[in-house]
Design a protein around this ligand. Structure first.
Ligand code: CA
Ligand code: CA
Ligand code: CA
Length: 624
């Protein structure tokens, strides 16, 4: 039932049922709430009042607004001097409500007011929490900015089918969210995003009901293959700075391109994504972490931010690899950034868990090595994050506690800069880690450390080898360590002692990233300046074939499908037969202009390749 008394609305929600009446004295709690202000008239904000136990008695409380808080009584809300609320016997939930007064004034601070339970006037009850805080979310911000403006374009089942561009954005400040957004667009090749926030068609205005959560506007009936230029502004009645992006919904490629994620963040520099159980993660050049839903269908969340994801801004770019998602540490991501920080981020909501600065810090624009890890849940003897530094001198290789970021141990025998991700050897007892460096005070470039027996934390040198100066990461297969150096030479080294060094010279510039090993044969795949290589390692390291691909990405072998995938600098995705090196197909992905493709990642659960290209991630169904 509800009734109104002197401008105050009281509401009761009556719980029925035959709950046993407790002998304990119930405790009363009143909960906080928030509301979007509105521009005129009154909006009712309600505060739940609960009893900890049902009572056999009728309980009546009195309440009021004491005038405490930043909001002004009878200007921002209608003050209440003597409200009352009655709980019938067995009723445990009630509600008191206050009217908030709409205006169009840009109020620059959070407006709050208190609602106090004053006394229990009938029945036997005590107060556990007597004060609720009401928050009035101002919706008249003239100077707000939108962050993380992105779009997911759906793939079309045929070129004649109109599709949807899902626009996604976020305002990361929870307490002062702009609640209205103006979106304008233009379309067609050569379009430019609208530059002024005026409500000139075509446009749409979006009012956010939950202003601090991810917002989505599905723009319907867009034409596949056609370029769209969007701008968005936040605020009302004036608007803050605009943010723009372009997106081209895929043409029909036999249904191969399922969706395209496009973002304004980080310029032309999304990294190869990491696929985790909960989401797809990638980083951009300005240090933002992006999370995208997995799957094939954007209308079911694929390519969209998870609703609860409020991304941590790392501030600096994470180089070469997206977050480490070890699956074993709860929903945790681990990222190293180019300023020398290591961060742990909650993979479900994007919040920072801890961060630690590794010293010495990298040279400006240098590349902190991506993180590796060893985890007991996978059979390791330790829980450790492993990372090397990339300064001019004094470099260290470190072990960190993944739970806290606290240093466990370090190793520093004159190392040169490290920039490739280390690889952990779970099979060796004690467990080992291998990593590469450029030459430093010590000229060696390939290192093997023992991690010590279980429950001790010693990084102890096992061996070192002088292979080439390297920015690429080692890989481990069949008792041998493989890596490529910056001169284009690939190495195979015996893992047990660093002996029996074999090499092959591609003579085609630095080997990119790492050699991709085929776990089921003696083959490895590599990319250099203009070629993709199949190397085989029997008693010597030799080339089986190489094929010309313009500026190829790090290759990806999908063993179960027997194809090698490489992103090309010509904007095409190459599907290569590993037996012959022939590219049995290639696809130009629909970027606004030809943009080089980065290294693909595989979401094996959906048979999707996730291919970074400039400010986009393409989800491509393979094989084709
Ligand atoms: Ca308003
Ligand atoms: Ca106000
Ligand atoms: Ca206002």
């Amino acid at each position: 039932m509800t009734w109104t008394k002197a401008g105050v609305t009281l509401s009761l929600a009556v719980l029925g049922g035959a709950a046993a009446v407790q002998a304990q004295v119930p405790e009363i709690t009143i909960d906080d709430n928030r509301i979007i202000e509105g521009d005129s008239g009154l909006r009712s904000i309600s505060f739940p009042v609960t009893l900890s136990e049902p009572s056999s008695q009728t309980i009546t409380i009195t309440w009021r607004t004491p005038g405490t808080g930043s909001a002004t009584p009878d200007v921002d809300y209608v003050s209440v001097t003597s409200g009352s609320l009655t709980f019938a016997p067995l009723q445990t939930i009630g509600v008191v409500s206050v009217d908030v007064i709409g205006d169009t004034i840009d109020e620059s601070t959070a407006q709050t007011f208190a609602v106090d339970i004053v006394s229990v006037v009938t029945g036997n009850a005590t107060l556990r929490k007597f004060r609720a805080i009401g928050k009035i979310l101002d919706d008249d911000k003239n100077n707000a900015a939108v962050f993380y403006f992105s779009a997911v374009a759906e793939g079309a089942s045929s070129a004649a089918t109109l599709v949807t561009n899902r626009l996604i954005w976020r305002v990361p400040v929870a307490d002062l969210p702009p609640t209205r957004f103006l979106i304008r667009w233009s379309e067609g090749d050569g379009c430019t995003p609208p530059s002024s926030p005026v409500a000139t068609p075509p446009y749409v205005e979006v009012v956010a009901n939950l202003p601090d959560e991810t917002q989505v506007y599905p723009h319907p009936n867009v034409v596949p293959g056609q370029l769209y230029c969007y701008s968005i502004w936040a605020g009302y009645p004036g608007y803050g700075p605009g943010t723009s992006l372009t997106v081209r919904p895929p043409l029909d490629f036999g249904g191969r391109v399922k969706w395209v994620y496009a973002t304004t963040e980080g310029g032309l520099a999304l990294e190869a994504p990491t696929v985790g159980p909960d989401a797809i993660y990638t980083v951009d050049a300005s240090g933002n972490l992006h999370a995208l839903g997995r799957g094939l269908d954007p209308s079911a969340g694929a390519g969209l931010w998870p609703a609860a994801w409020n991304p941590e801004t790392l501030g600096k770019r994470a180089h070469f690899r997206s977050p480490l998602v070890p699956l074993s540490q709860g929903p945790r991501l681990f990222v190293g950034t180019e300023d020398g920080e290591v961060a742990s981020v909650n993979g479900l909501n994007g919040s920072l868990v801890w961060n630690t600065l590794l010293t010495p810090t990298p040279v400006a624009g240098g590349a902190q090595a991506p993180l590796a890890g060893i985890f007991k849940v996978f059979g390791g003897e330790h829980d450790m994050l492993l990372a090397g530094t990339a300064a001019l001198s004094g470099n260290t290789f470190r072990a960190l506690d993944p739970a806290t970021g606290n240093p466990i141990d370090f190793f520093a025998p004159g190392l040169g800069p490290t920039s490739g991700m280390a690889v952990v050897d779970y099979a060796a007892k004690p467990n080992r880690v291998y990593f590469t460096s450029r030459p430093g005070t010590a000229l060696e470039t390939l290192w093997a450390l023992e991690l010590g027996p279980l429950n001790t934390d010693d990084l102890t040198e096992l061996w070192r080898a002088t292979t080439g100066a390297s920015d690429s990461a080692p890989v481990l297969r069949g008792g041998r360590v493989y890596h490529g150096d910056n001169s284009g030479r690939a190495y195979s080294v015996r893992a047990s002692d660093g002996g029996d060094v074999r090499s092959f010279n591609t003579s085609d510039g630095a080997i990119k990233g790492y050699l991709f090993p085929d776990r089921w044969s003696t083959a490895l795949y590599a990319s250099t300046t203009g070629r993709v290589w199949k190397l085989v390692d029997g008693t010597s390291l030799t080339s089986d074939w190489s094929v010309s691909v313009p500026s190829p990405s790090i290759p990806l072998l999908w063993s179960s499908q027997s194809y090698l995938y490489v992103g090309g600098g010509d904007g095409k995705l190459y599907q290569i037969d590993p037996a012959t090196g022939s590219a049995n197909n290639d696809v130009a992905l629909p970027t606004a202009t030809v943009t080089p493709l980065g290294a693909p990642s595989l979401d094996i659960g959906y048979g999707l390749l996730l291919v970074p290209s400039g400010n986009c991630i393409f989800a491509v169904r393979v094989p084709y």
